[in-house]
Design a protein around this ligand. Structure first.
Ligand SMILES: Cc1cc2nc3c(=O)[nH]c(=O)nc-3n(C[C@H](O)[C@H](O)[C@H](O)COP(=O)(O)OP(=O)(O)OC[C@H]3O[C@@H](n4cnc5c(N)ncnc54)[C@H](O)[C@@H]3O)c2cc1C
Length: 412
């Protein structure tokens, strides 16, 4: 018998996989609803809230106006959460996974939960992360549940989370301040991307406070340059911590240590998802899947060579691999037929090639998610420049930009 702790993406895909391979699986979840951070607080509610704003933004470019209230966004988020959380419940049931509600406490290999002790053969720990808890601030997890009127918000941090929710709150009509201690948004990202995105945010009217540090004092944001920002809400966009509650006994530096087979240093105990130091649901899903296979004796390593990452603003932001070396070529969407036809010409795609193979790409554009996912496929399967040039991209499409860039790299 295998016990999985946590019903987020890593836990459920570990459970589905082991169960499909004939194992009896029990899954423990301490929250009342299933799905983890992704379904209850993260990926799903944020996408439900963002979707109407993409429509609003696109229509604005066509000279039309449409408006949504924050309450309407919350309603959409809550509908999506309920439906998908129920879906997780049905899927676990259909795989024959028994769900036990309560906090699992791991003691060597035994697990105590809700007054019973389980004696599994193997354990998968998929306990995810905890939101930052700082007095006077809220976290992005709280936004789909916010029961408070507000007109202005200060977002602390101009990284991935700060950008996505900063964009959302701006588009719903709030006054948005973003404080970032570096001089450009998106620290540690591609420099072209950072410049484009910073300029975009300035242009659309988000108030950026760059190159300064923020301190929260008496519910106010004080900046290292002496300024003070007054806003109704302060949103901490970074600082999630590993959720070790109940699994403190496992060896961890900060995250739980695993090898490529998702094995912890303790025999028969596996871990997957955010608790192992990754931050996306698709990485969690894959780590859970790989853990499920390995727990059932199918030896397969986790491959992180081509993981696409997406930030769901509009234009979208997406990237994969390395865009800091090799031969790179960047093109803007202002010349692409489909983008012109749809008035979605803002942004660029950059692709880098080394030894005649694509090694990375970054896009700030309409459909960046699809463009970068396709490039990721090319990188993952080590397609050569010639092979990727041989592939036919539909016309007129945003994907054609890949071909245009590869053609330029190859033939000038
Ligand atoms: C605002 C926001 C937006 C996001 N948007 C995206 C996105 O668009 N795309 C994307 O790929 N990723 C996104 N993410 C990240 C994504 O949510 C996480 O990467 C993903 O949820 C990690 O999955 P997990 O299974 O590792 O952990 P989690 O989803 O955190 O699940 C862990 C589960 O374990 C349970 N648990 C913990 N300890 C115990 C215990 N001892 N006993 C019982 N149960 C326990 C918790 O209650 C929780 O349900 C977002 C995150 C946030 C916060």
């Amino acid at each position: 018998m295998i016990v999985v702790i946590g019903s987020g993406p890593a836990g459920i895909y570990g459970a589905f996989t082991a169960s499909a391979l004939g194992e009896k699986v029990k899954l423990i979840e301490e929250k009342e609803r299933l799905g983890g951070t992704c379904v209850l607080y993260g990926c799903i509610p944020s996408k439900a809230m963002l979707h109407p704003l993409y429509l609003k933004y696109s229509l604005e470019r066509l000279g039309k106006k449409i408006d949504f209230s924050y309450e309407e966004l919350i309603k959409l988020a809550q509908d999506a959460i309920s439906r998908i959380s129920k879906g997780v419940e049905y899927m676990l049931e259909s795989y024959g996974v028994e769900v036990i509600y309560g906090r699992g406490v791991l003691k060597s290999k035994e697990i105590e939960v809700s007054g019973q002790t389980l004696y599994p053969d193997k354990v998968l720990v998929a306990t995810g992360t905890l939101k930052p808890e700082i007095n006077g601030t809220i976290a992005s997890d709280d936004l789909p549940y916010l029961n408070k009127e507000f007109n202005s918000v200060t977002v602390i941090g101009g990284g991935v989370g700060g950008i996505e929710y900063g964009w959302l709150l701006h588009k719903i009509g709030k006054e948005v301040h973003i404080v970032e201690k570096e001089n450009l948004l998106l620290p540690k990202h591609d420099m072209d991307l950072r410049n484009y995105v910073t300029n975009h945010f300035k242009r659309i009217g988000v108030k950026l406070h760059l190159g300064v540090e923020a301190k929260i004092e008496n519910n106010k944001v004080k900046l290292s340059n002496g300024e003070e920002i007054k806003s109704d809400i302060i949103l901490m966009s970074f600082g999630r911590k590993p959720n070790l509650t109940g699994v403190e006994s496992l060896p961890h530096d900060y995250w739980i240590k695993v090898n490529e087979y998702m094995e912890t240093p303790i025999k028969d105990i596996y871990a997957a998802g955010d608790i192992t130091g990754s931050f996306t649901a698709h990485e969690a899903i894959h780590k859970g899947y790989i853990a499920g296979l390995n727990m059932k004796g199918i030896k397969k390593p986790y491959d992180s060579s081509a993981v696409p990452k997406v930030i769901y603003t509009s234009p979208q932001i997406a990237y994969v691999g390395n865009t800091n070396s090799g031969r790179c070529m960047k093109m803007e969407f202002s010349g692409l037929a489909r983008a012109i036809a749809e008035k979605e010409t803002e942004g660029f795609l950059k692709i880098c090639v080394e030894n005649e193979k694509v090694i990375g790409g970054v896009a700030f554009s309409e459909r960046a998610e699809e463009i970068i996912s396709l490039l990721a496929l090319g990188i993952k399967f080590k397609g050569s420049l010639d092979e990727l040039l041989d592939f036919q991209y539909p016309h007129p499409s945003y994907l054609e930009m890949i071909w245009e860039i590869l053609r330029k790299i190859k033939w000038g």
